[in-house]
Write a protein that binds this ligand. Structure first.
Ligand code: NDP
Ligand code: PMR
Length: 354
């Protein structure tokens, strides 16, 4: 059914009832799972011209340590990482940074390319949409408001389905990274720019966010595209922590989130007013000084994927002025364990895992 997304057809334009989604036969190959996020996309967004994708390299299924290295030396095999939506911006820069180390096979999951024929050692949930000027909500094929469908629910389902593959990895460190942001954290100046993130009691999410029986917003309020994005980033950070609480001890997987800095020039702002797109980079460069280049942000995210020192799980990483990583504090809401549990349970229902 629904996973006809496995084909290279454009995003489906018909609505798929959630009961149907529940009934689907869950495939067990990574390449099929990788269709899910794409499937959780909207209908008819103008994709524009995209940078070419980084090619993944030859398939391998070698053990984590190559015993047959010359002179009996043990060398670490290449790690395998999948990055969702890495056709541009920070994701592409991260993919390049990891590929350039020569130590990683990088599988990019974007709208046209979805394959990884090798074991999985790291997954980066990176793709996102930001619709600040939208007057009305748009919906995924399943009928979820687009920002939550893409940024949170698609990643939630993908990460849950790939958890078993990560668990099986024999790589010395295996990681699941869900990209967060400062704008979802109300303990910061940036997080206090209206509209502020606020999931409320999650009644909109519980109602299915379909804009018919329930509000398209997670807190049950009126639609606001900028808030929907910030709310989805809170969901990303809560989900990472709930993964940590449920699975870190059992699986040894490191779960992490991060704010890589303000990459004011990426495609994330493509739906914003043209004037915003002109003024935002200099504002971040010269006024807030929060700006980082795509390359710098890419190397930060690559660090969270591959730095042997960043093994602590359940952490939200940030970087100081000298570009040194540190464990940052999340806002009260983004670190609320009760809310994380509730979000997890409702999300399970919505994506058909419960
Ligand atoms: P981009 O728009 O450049 O990257 C987002 C990517 O997501 C695009 O490549 C897009 O692909 C992809 N995508 C969107 N929807 C889907 C979908 N349904 N299926 C597959 N891929 C999809 O933005 P950025 O590089 O800025 O960053 C995105 C990530 O970084 C987000 O998680 C964002 O929250 C986070 N972030 C960004 C900051 C910034 O300042 N830019 C700051 C903090 C966090 P396509 O091009 O095909 O639409
Ligand atoms: Mg914000 C230290 C101050 C700081 C930082 C690091 C950011 C990051 N922003 C800061 C401050 C401010 N911003 C201030 C004072 C204002 C009011 C003028 C402001 C405004 C603003 C707007 C209108 N900022 C924005 C927007 C957006 O549309 C972006 C957004 O919220 O997207 C969801 C944005 C951002 N500011 C940031 C970052 C990282 C963003 C991009 C959001 C993200 O990727 O999460």
């Amino acid at each position: 059914m629904a996973l006809r997304a496995a084909s290279l057809l454009p995003p489906p334009t018909i609505s798929v009832h959630k009961e149907e989604l529940r009934k689907k036969e869950v495939p067990d190959e990574i390449s099929k799972y990788l269709c899910i996020l794409w499937f959780y996309s909207g209908n008819g967004r103008n994709l524009g011209k995209r940078k070419s994708l980084l090619e993944s390299q030859t398939a391998v299924t070698t053990p984590a340590v190559d015993q047959a290295a010359p002179q009996g030396k043990k060398t670490l095999r290449k790690g395998n990482v999948v990055i969702t939506g890495a056709s541009s911006g920070l994701g592409l820069a991260t993919a390049k940074a990891l590929a350039e180390t020569g130590e990683w096979h990088v599988g990019i999951f974007s709208r046209l390319r979805k394959q990884l024929n090798r074991p999985l050692d790291a997954l980066v949930c990176y793709a996102a949409v930001y619709l600040p000027t939208a007057k009305e909500p748009t919906y995924t094929a399943q009928g979820f408001e687009l920002s939550v469908g893409t940024n949170h629910l698609g990643h939630f389902l993908l990460a849950r389905l790939l958890l078993g593959d990560l668990k099986k990895s024999d790589y010395p460190y295996k990681r699941l990274i869900i990209v967060g942001s400062i704008t979802g954290n109300t303990n910061t100046l940036a997080g206090n720019v209206p509209p502020k993130a606020n999931l409320g009691n999650l009644r909109g999410l519980a109602g299915g966010l379909n804009g018919v029986q329930s509000s398209p917003m997670k807190d049950g309020g009126d639609f606001d595209g900028a808030k929907a994005y910030k709310d989805s980033k809170v969901c990303n950070m809560l989900t990472m922590q709930e993964f940590h609480r449920r699975y870190h001890e059992e699986t040894g997987i490191t779960f992490a989130s991060l704010y890589p800095g303000c990459i004011a020039t990426t495609g994330l702002f493509r739906e914003h007013f043209p004037l915003f797109q002109i003024l935002f980079p200099p504002f971040q460069k010269y006024i807030t000084k929060g700006y980082v280049s795509e390359e710098e942000a890419g190397s930060r995210l690559a660090q969270v994927v591959s730095d042997p020192n960043l093994t602590k799980s359940g952490v939200y990483w940030s970087w100081n002025k000298d570009s040194e990583s540190f464990e940052n504090q999340l806002s009260k809401e983004a670190s609320d364990a009760e809310k994380a549990k509730k979000l997890w349970e409702i999300s399970e229902e919505l994506v058909g895992l419960a």
